[in-house]
Design a protein around this ligand. Structure first.
Ligand SMILES: *Cc1c(COP(=O)(O)O)cnc(C)c1O
Length: 380
């Protein structure tokens, strides 16, 4: 008996922990996107930002695929993410954007991870460790040119210019900064930040510069410097909003129809009874909900794709379910078990984000853990 139960359990897990929803991640599309960015960079190198588990797509798999097409520098947000990545990729350069928390410096050094030093205090703690180890320790230095989030503010840059010895013991692999408005090519802030970055660099010891995120790469060669730092474009979001997307889609999310019911008016669908039925309708219930990252803000606004038909979310998104109006879809297409495309070529992450009133970053990083995940491609 325990054996049989075990087999059933294994089968259930294989079925995406039995929600039936499948997230397909196309590693070759991610590789294609990396090459596409390199073409835009025209000779300048590119790192890859794989924070938040590579924006929800799986940092190990994504980083390995990118490594095999030549990417050698990776950025994570946290030490834990970097440590996991180090276990998968022993021979790449890994930076931790959030830097070393006080007390974590030795752990970074032990795993050959490089902090992004975001303040003079970060710098002093890193050089302190370098002194105590009697080694030169690599790092990146982050200058704040307008985000007011992380990085040395102008006053600390001035202090460092006056006290350059504070850098003793650090091998500055990169000096970096981060754009606030890169997806708005006309925003004067881009030029202002670029100028502030160049001016600050000129006052500091020479080191390669790392500046552009995904959208920054499309602002032109002045923004490229020595190393780009894209994230979201690798994963298929449009880095040039308002223009056609130069990137390839990388994810396809599908979920099965559980039930289809014919409903006569007057009736309503779902929580809050927000979707009113005022003529005979057919409603399909699909196994995906806000607990899977199908944001509740897609209530009555989301669109899905089913056998060549574009269908809308009827009423509220529930935790594990959505309801679609399939009145216009033939019954032989909209039936229990039929696969609905939630995200994919017909409903891109940019389109889903727009309908949800958010950005594709949030759609990707919300993708749930209950999907069965499949990876395709990835070998060069
Ligand atoms: C997240 C992040 C990036 C990547 O940004 P995208 O817009 O996803 O390309 C680059 N640099 C820093 C500092 C970041 O926090």
């Amino acid at each position: 008996m325990p054996g049989l139960g075990g087999q059933a359990m294994t089968r259930a897990r294989a079925h995406g922990r039995s929600t039936g929803s499948v997230l397909e991640i196309d590693l070759s599309a991610i590789q294609t996107n990396y090459r596409r960015l390199l073409a835009e960079l025209n000779g300048v190198a590119s790192a890859a930002v794989v924070k938040a588990d590579a924006y929800g797509l799986g940092a190990d798999r994504v980083a390995s695929a990118l490594r095999s097409v030549g990417c050698r520098v990776f950025f994570t947000a946290h030490l834990g993410e970097a440590a996991d990545l180090r276990a998968a990729l022993p021979d790449v350069e890994i930076f931790v954007l959030n830097g070393a928390l006080p007390g974590a410096e030795a752990d970074l050094a032990a795993l050959d991870l490089r902090p992004v030093l975001n303040s003079l205090d970060d710098l002093d703690r890193w050089t302190g460790l370098a002194r105590s180890l009697g080694r030169i320790l690599p790092a990146a230095l982050h200058l704040d040119t307008g985000m007011a989030r992380l990085g040395l503010p102008p006053s600390e840059i001035d202090r460092l210019v006056a006290e350059p010895d504070r850098l003793d013991g650090v091998a500055l692999h990169y000096i970096m900064s981060h754009l606030a408005c890169a997806e708005e090519p006309g925003d004067p802030m881009n030029e202002a930040q670029c100028h502030a970055f160049e001016a600050a660099r000129a006052r500091l010891p020479a080191a390669p510069a790392c500046f552009a995120n995904s959208s920054g790469i499309f602002l032109g060669p002045r923004f490229h410097f020595d190393l780009a730092r894209p994230g979201v474009a690798l994963y298929g979001a449009n880095p040039t909003p308002g223009r056609s997307n130069p990137m390839a889609g990388t994810v396809r999310l599908s979920a099965p129809i559980l039930q289809v019911r014919a409903i006569d008016p007057p009736a309503s669908v779902g929580y809050g009874a927000t979707h009113k039925i005022d003529r005979p309708a057919r409603i399909a219930t699909v196994a995906v909900g806000y607990a899977d990252g199908y944001l509740r803000s897609l209530s009555s606004s989301g669109r899905c794709h089913l056998g060549g038909y574009d269908v809308g979310v009827a009423g509220r998104v529930s935790m594990d379910l959505i309801t679609l109006d399939v009145s216009e879809v033939p019954a032989e297409v909209a039936h229990p078990g039929a696969e609905v495309e939630i995200i994919g070529p017909n409903q891109t992450i940019d389109q889903v984000a727009e309908r949800a009133g958010t950005i594709p970053y949030e759609i990707l990083t919300s993708l749930g853990q209950r999907y069965s995940r499949t990876y395709t491609g990835g070998t060069p």
